[in-house]
Design a protein around this ligand. Structure first.
Ligand code: NAD
Ligand code: ZN
Ligand code: ZN
Length: 379
């Protein structure tokens, strides 16, 4: 089959690989019909996720048709059209029973971080779905059948990025009518803004980014006020000014470890910032009002912990909440809201490409070319 494969920093290719097979009675094999590229894939693409091996196939936002099932699979059958959450989770361990599916104790043989499709051996070493076929472990737990009213393009957002934005807003403790600042107007940030306003009672949403077409989408689609951080001298001071001098009630970091801004790239090595700069997180921790909450959905690499203003957070009683999204906790609810038309999560899809053009998709998504917000691959 054809599959995207990693060949080193900034080098992904679509090559021939063996088709996956059933390895366990609870496995299913999925024929992929839509696989999205996520901001998290850019961290892999840039060689920043430990133990990303040559030949690894990325892709954790997946819709497809069940092709084959193991003999203990009862919840899906051949021919079902399903969306697959990005976490691989057993559904019955200690963490899964607490709905912390992103920390499943059964799926990652290497460490405590849970398992993710196509996200290096650090998160389990499972090949991802930017391919014609993907193996789906624990097929009784993960895949969700898609109602006829929902398109593939809408459903694929539920696998991760819509759900992640929603999770980011959920853990941001937004007070009714409160103000939330969202750092990053990429797909994760845009969904955080939408959910904050539509489902979690935010009165004001402030979007911070430097990419004008993304800020425009935040304003038009998510009702956000916008701040271009390249156009203001002091982002934190600017946010305080916009909020009676106090700061937003909640700040959401939807940027992660590759933020642009205050620490020049050239200095990052000097300060042992192995993987970019935590600029958005630092801004969020400084900007949030005393007693507010910082919600972190942007991804940080395991060894990445320098220069976080922790004393500033402690002495201002800041709550910090974060993590990989436990998708199964939210997916059925969000599927239903999509089915009834309460929200159309396909609003940010800008590119649909055949799988063969995946390397081009990575390039335009990374460089923010051609007004790219979200790329869908069609194997
Ligand atoms: P993206 O790369 O398209 O979006 C990031 C945006 O942040 C870009 O528009 C960029 O211009 C902007 N940005 C850069 N530096 C900034 C700064 N200092 N302040 C404000 N904005 C800044 O990616 P995405 O798909 O939206 O993903 C965003 C983050 O969310 C990534 O780190 C990704 O790994 C993470 N993510 C986490 C989860 C989870 O489960 N927690 C799931 C999906 C994605
Ligand atoms: Zn993702
Ligand atoms: Zn589990």
């Amino acid at each position: 089959m054809k599959a995207l494969s990693y060949y080193g920093k900034n080098d992904v290719r679509v090559v021939e690989k063996p088709r996956p097979v059933i390895e366990h009675p609870e496995d299913a094999i999925l024929r992929v019909t839509t696989a999205a590229i996520c901001g998290s894939d850019l961290h892999l693409y840039h060689g920043l996720v430990p133990d990303t091996r040559i030949g690894h196939t990325f892709g954790h936002e997946t819709v497809g048709i069940i092709e084959e099932v193991g003999n203990q699979v009862t919840q899906v059958k051949t021919g079902d059209r399903v969306v697959v959450p990005f976490n691989i989770a057993c559904g019955r361990c200690f963490q899964c029973r607490l709905q912390m599916y992103s920390l499943c104790e059964s799926a990652n043989p290497y460490n405590e971080m849970g398992a993710i499709y196509g996200y290096s051996h650090t998160t389990g070493g499972y090949d991802g779905a930017q391919a014609e076929y993907v193996r789906v472990p624990f097929a009784n737990t993960g895949p969700r059948k898609i109602p006829n009213e929902i398109s593939d393009e809408q459903a694929v957002m539920l696998a991760d990025i819509f759900t992640t934005g929603h999770f980011g807003a959920d853990i941001a403790d937004i007070p009714e009518g409160g103000t939330v600042a969202v750092f990053g107007a990429g797909p994760g940030g845009l969904f955080a803004m939408k959910s904050a306003k539509q489902f979690f009672g935010a009165g004001r949403v402030i979007a911070i980014d430097k990419v004008p077409y993304r800020l425009q989408m935040a304003a038009e689609q998510c009702g956000a006020e916008t701040v271009n951080f390249n156009e203001v001298k002091d982002v934190v001071g600017h946010l305080k000014e916009m909020t009676d001098g106090r700061g937003p009630d909640s700040c959401i970091d939807a940027v992660g470890l590759e933020a642009d801004g205050s620490v020049p790239q050239a200095m990052q090595g000097t300060f042992f910032l192995q993987a970019g700069a935590p600029t958005a997180l630092i801004w969020a921790l400084h900007a949030v009002r005393p007693g507010g909450t910082v919600s972190i959905i942007g991804v940080y690499g395991p060894p990445f912990n320098h220069f976080i203003p922790f004393g500033w957070a402690m002495n201002r009683n800041i709550t910090i909440r974060m993590g990989q999204t436990p998708v199964l906790r939210y997916i059925d609810d969000l599927m239903e809201r999509t089915r009834t038309g309460e929200i159309d999560p396909s609003f940010l899809v800008t590119h649909r490409l055949p799988l063969e053009q995946a390397p081009h998709g990575y390039e335009i998504f990374e460089r923010k070319q051609d007004n790219c917000v979200k790329v869908l691959l069609k194997p």
